[in-house]
Design a protein around this ligand. Sequence first.
Ligand SMILES: NC(=O)c1ccc[n+]([C@@H]2O[C@H](COP(=O)([O-])OP(=O)(O)OC[C@H]3O[C@@H](n4cnc5c(N)ncnc54)[C@H](OP(=O)(O)O)[C@@H]3O)[C@@H](O)[C@H]2O)c1
Ligand SMILES: [Zn+2]
Length: 349
Amino acid sequence: MPPSPDRRHGRTSPGAESSDGSPQLAVVATGVVEGDPLAGLDVRPVPPPTPSEDEALVGIRAAALNHHDLWTLRGVGAVEHCFPLVLGSDGASDGTVVYPLLPCGMRDVCHGCRIGNASLCRRLTLLGEGRDGTMAPSVAVPSSHVLPSPRNLTPVESACLPSAWLTAWSMLQEAEIDRTSRVLVTGAAGGVGVASLQLGKALGATMVAQVRRPEVAPRLLAAGADHVVLSGDDAKADTGGEFDVVLESVGEATWASSLRALRPGGTVVVTGATSGPNPPADLRRIFWRRLRIVGVSMGSLDEMRDLIRFVEHHDIHPVVAATYPFAAAREAFEHLMRGGFVGKIVLER
Ligand SMILES: NC(=O)c1ccc[n+]([C@@H]2O[C@H](COP(=O)([O-])OP(=O)(O)OC[C@H]3O[C@@H](n4cnc5c(N)ncnc54)[C@H](OP(=O)(O)O)[C@@H]3O)[C@@H](O)[C@H]2O)c1
Ligand SMILES: [Zn+2]
């Protein structure tokens, strides 16, 4: 028996059924249970959203998972008043992919909105955070957020782009990576890490992957890494010298070694804190060696368009760790929480 529809989403409409008549499922956050984010996750039918005048309805073939979805299930970002809420910031249909950032639009008070960069919006939300997201048969988004997907990609591959890949692209742009750059990538087997390796390699940089599991090395070398080093090893000594840039997404566990790996004047670009957000800052090293520390989260609409062009031009295919049917979304999220994969985990229908 299918799960019953919820209060806010009402009854399942005929539009939410697949060709064999079975209801198409959505992944819904229903509540927050301290210490058990998946307790508040439900997979159930929902009716199609009703787009407003300046919005478009996008049928979803594939939706990638992100830690952001887990944060929503933990109630981070004061999202509980939106529950039940369809999760998912990343989604693609046949031929289109969605841009997931929803800026406040208050140009008079918001610098990011004034300069047209949603990733700098002071009151930014994402699809699947302040409003229903992509893990459903269809999603309503601002029309400007519907972009043609790279022609070389399947919907599953395109669904990897909106969050992890856009973030990796903006990190590489922020650090002004070019053919001369030596780049160390922490958490290199994860969604952001593998994207950084694949994109950085196509930009011509020397890409060094830092991981904590040696068994992933062959897959990372195949994805574009020039070298793979283990966390705790001396990446400089093992791979030919200091780094111009470190792309840091692990946080506390790797911060000290990331700073030590940089040349004077080098840059660490931070986008995550998987192992914790408060490492010792090591201020002396930062000023004495004139290091730059830059934060990046997601990217602008223009950066997403550039990413799409770049991926198509270089025929890059995002590494997909696993796909799951929407009905198995719980297993997919358990996989994300367990870790130990290479690339992105994606739901598909
Ligand atoms: N996805 C996005 O769009 C996005 C955007 C902005 C920021 N972020 C943030 O960036 C971080 C990474 O995101 P992701 O999507 O790449 O996550 P992910 O796919 O889960 O990958 C995380 C990686 O970090 C490694 N790792 C975890 N703890 C570690 C530790 N203590 N020491 C060394 N390595 C460790 C994992 O290693 P194993 O392979 O051994 O498990 C895994 O390869 C998260 O904090 C996320 O919130 C993500
Ligand atoms: Zn704004």
